[in-house]
Design a protein around this ligand. Structure first.
Ligand SMILES: Cc1cc2nc3c(=O)[nH]c(=O)nc-3n(C[C@H](O)[C@H](O)[C@H](O)COP(=O)(O)O)c2cc1C
Length: 127
């Protein structure tokens, strides 16, 4: 929420794009190779002391964004990555322990990860 309200203050807004084989391909089906590149970008930014986060909320306005950037028909936008100077805490990230996220052979055990994710979603509760 804070991020979307302060987006106009962020010094750099990067848009990750992909090149489709055909203009009428569904961009959502061809995004897989974009994300490793975005992850590398995030790691590089962090190593340089910059804050950067992947966001997709702007994709609800994908057509408007692509028109604004004058993307050719075969180029689709996938993510907006605000990059800026961190405010406040910029230390190690908090992540759930791997043993709460990793399952062998099938989804087993207590669903701590699912519960934790649902808590973070607005109004999010899973049955
Ligand atoms: C694929 C993807 C899309 C995301 N889209 C949004 C988004 O649209 N808006 C948002 O506030 N956070 C979004 N996030 C979450 C933020 O990028 C970020 O991960 C979150 O603020 C937690 O920060 P941290 O990863 O540094 O702990 C997205 C994360 C991922 C992986």
């Amino acid at each position: 929420m804070w991020q979307s309200e302060h987006l106009h203050e962020v010094p750099v807004l990067m848009v990750a794009c992909g090149i489709l084989d055909e203009p009428d391909q569904d961009p959502n089906m061809y995004a897989s190779s974009i994300w490793p590149g975005i992850q590398n970008l995030l790691l590089a930014a962090r190593a340089m002391g910059l804050g950067a986060t992947p966001t997709t909320f702007v994709m609800q306005y994908r057509a408007e964004l692509e028109a604004l950037l004058e993307l050719p028909p075969r180029v689709a936008a996938y993510a907006l990555i605000p990059v800026g100077f961190p405010l406040g805490r910029f230390g190690p990230l908090s992540r759930l322990p791997v043993e709460q996220l990793l399952h062998y052979d099938r989804w087993t055990g207590r669903d701590n990860a699912v519960r934790s994710t649902a808590r973070r979603r607005p109004g999010g509760r899973r049955p």
